[in-house]
Design a protein around this ligand. Structure first.
Ligand SMILES: Cc1cc2nc3c(=O)[nH]c(=O)nc-3n(C[C@H](O)[C@H](O)[C@H](O)COP(=O)(O)OP(=O)(O)OC[C@H]3O[C@@H](n4cnc5c(N)ncnc54)[C@H](O)[C@@H]3O)c2cc1C
Length: 296
């Protein structure tokens, strides 16, 4: 049996490489200046989906809900080996918390599916909630396996999965369709293949084709779209009008959780104590840590 897979991917601010001018004078982070990157665990999830296709056949599609510039992330997915990419983008989806995000993703899956296996990263490095995968599975009414470390085997509609747990792992058998969330050490993402980069670097969304047509009066976006669809270089964009969703459950309106403020914790230099690398120094350190109830 071959497997039709979908990978949920997210573009996130590169919060791991904060330096130079993204730091504001008050020591906080200017998130808008952070470069946007491929959420690390989503890249591993895509790698696991590509490996499942190589082992058992089938297809790998990817979807992201985000602003128009998230098309960059989808091109990266095509470079890595995805067969098709979808951008879910609409102003009415902006400001979504995990509830609203998973609602729109679940409806997107209902509209572009069905799929046997839906892959998600365990967590996004910006919101850090690890909620979207499980919430999406709930809304689809399908089983979920979180903290996936390995897909050991796949027979007909049953996957055997190794799942990380505290102090070890467990082996689970789960029936498709199912959603799995993937941890970072489940696989090493493959590098881009130059041939695929050359093939897909011109893949475009409708908005990008319209921008091309605006710059060149000889081009018509409709004609361009037909051309790109024929060349399998068209990245389909799904707006609120393309999905069976209630607007009041989308975006900021549909989000009971509002991110009030994002603040970086900045440790003041007065907080540090110089410890000599000696036996006595170590004694002082242990006493200090016990005094501060950090251990003991
Ligand atoms: C600092 C900060 C704190 C936040 N705190 C909360 C909070 O406490 N509660 C809350 O509800 N929202 C919160 N949000 C908003 C939340 O980030 C967004 O709702 C976001 O779209 C999804 O949540 P997440 O980033 O935690 O993703 P996670 O739930 O950690 O993502 C898990 C996986 O779901 C998939 N996924 C997530 N988002 C998308 C997407 N847009 N498109 C495709 N796949 C996706 C990816 O595979 C990802 O690896 C916060 C945002 C920020 C920046």
């Amino acid at each position: 049996m071959s497997y039709q897979s979908l990978v949920l991917v997210k573009q996130v601010p590169d919060t791991a490489n904060i330096s130079g001018d993204v730091m504001k004078p008050d020591g906080t982070v200017n998130r808008g200046k952070l470069p946007a990157i491929f959420n690390p665990e989503d890249k591993v999830a895509l790698e696991l989906a590509l490996q499942l296709r190589e082992r058992f056949g089938g297809s790998v599609k990817v979807v992201t809900m985000g602003p128009p510039k998230a098309s960059e992330l989808l091109r990266e997915c095509l470079y890595l080996g995805a067969d098709e990419a979808f951008l879910v983008s609409d102003r009415k989806f902006a400001g979504a918390d995990t509830l609203a995000t998973s609602y729109v993703l679940a409806e997107t899956i209902n509209s572009i599916g069905p799929f046997d296996v839906i892959f998600a990263g365990r967590q996004a490095i910006d919101g850090d909630t690890a909620q979207v995968g499980p919430q999406t599975a709930e809304k689809l009414g399908i089983p979920q396996v979180t903290y996936t470390q390995e897909i050991i085997d796949a027979k007909k509609d049953t996957l055997t999965i190794k799942r990380k747990i505290d102090g070890g792992y467990e082996i689970i058998k789960a029936k498709t369709p199912l959603l799995i969330t993937v941890i970072k050490d489940a696989a090493v993402p493959r590098p881009f293949k130059a041939k695929r980069v050359m093939a897909y670097k011109n893949a475009k969304t409708l908005m990008e084709l319209e921008a091309m047509a605006e710059e060149n009066s000889l081009l018509w976006s409709d004609q361009l779209k037909d051309e790109y669809v024929a060349k399998k270089l068209f990245i389909e964009t799904l707006t609120i009008d393309d999905l069976n969703v209630e607007v009041e459950r989308c975006g900021l309106h549909g989000s009971p959780t509002k991110v009030h403020k994002v603040e970086s914790v900045v440790l003041g230099s007065s907080d540090h104590v110089q410890i000599e690398p000696t036996k006595e120094g170590l004694g002082i350190l242990v006493d200090k840590l016990m005094e501060d109830h950090i251990f003991g």
